[in-house]
Write a protein that binds this ligand. Structure first.
Ligand code: SF4
Length: 236
């Protein structure tokens, strides 16, 4: 399907996404991103947690100036904000920072302090899920850095799929990559990474809900540790 024959209805998008997921299952990440850019043009963006800039780097090779969407929850580590700023300065991408409707202080005033300790699902809904859903209104397809080897909950991530909740095409170009693949790409291309990755953190989210991982733990074991929560709701 060429760019002047863009799918328009949700049903067309769903069928297209599921077919692309099958056809591109074994394709290199750049080919998957090329398909997304050719199909959606400016209606395609990359989302990044600024753990590293691998997908942003890949996408900038396919579409210089591509939108890279970052959610600033107000609870990030300074190193994550610094990585966001460095990505904006170094890569040929357009970093768009999304923010929640309320500041942390406003949220504390309405819900009480440390909502993340008492009701992390609500905190994530207010500070992550809703801002992302509002930000994605500008796009028909979004790319993530999800990988199947990160945790059992991500083992079936398709390289292209249909995000029924948001009614968008969801592209995960490095879904089949391993940590070694990521490390090799970072080394080969000098890709920016969050300094916390060198300090015992394997997966980086908001500071109150992220700890270092222990030897033998999976990469996401440090997220919401000790709480009955493994995903923020962006990918479920
Ligand atoms: Fe709130 Fe923690 Fe979710 Fe961040 S990760 S939005 S601090 S519950």
């Amino acid at each position: 399907m060429t760019t002047d024959q863009k799918p328009r209805t949700d049903e067309e998008l769903r069928v297209l996404a599921e077919r692309a997921g099958r056809e591109l299952e074994d394709a290199p990440a750049l080919e998957i991103l090329r398909w997304a850019v050719d199909t959606f043009g400016a209606e395609f963006c990359v989302t990044s947690s600024m753990e590293d800039a691998v997908v942003a780097h890949l996408a900038s090779r396919v579409r210089p100036g591509v939108d890279v969407v970052f959610l600033d929850t107000g609870y990030h580590f300074p190193e994550t904000i610094g990585t966001r700023d460095a990505v904006a300065a170094v890569l040929d991408v357009n970093v768009r920072t999304l923010t929640p409707r309320q500041t942390v202080a406003e949220q504390d005033a309405e819900y009480g302090p440390r909502l993340h300790d008492r009701d992390p699902d609500l905190c994530c809904a207010l500070r992550k899920v809703r801002p992302l859903e509002e930000g994605l209104e500008d796009y028909r397809a979004w790319a993530t850095g999800l990988r199947r080897d990160e945790s059992p909950t991500r083992a079936n991530t398709p390289v292209v799929g249909w995000d029924e909740k948001r009614r968008k095409v969801k592209v995960s170009p490095i879904a089949r990559w391993t940590q070694d693949d990521v490390d090799a790409y970072v080394a080969e291309h000098g890709v920016l990474t969050n300094p916390l990755l060198m300090d015992g953190y394997a997966s980086i989210g908001c500071a109150p809900c992220t700890r270092r991982v222990l030897e033998g733990e999976d990469a996401r074991a440090g997220r919401w540790a000790g709480r009955a929560k493994t995903e923020c709701g962006l990918h479920g």
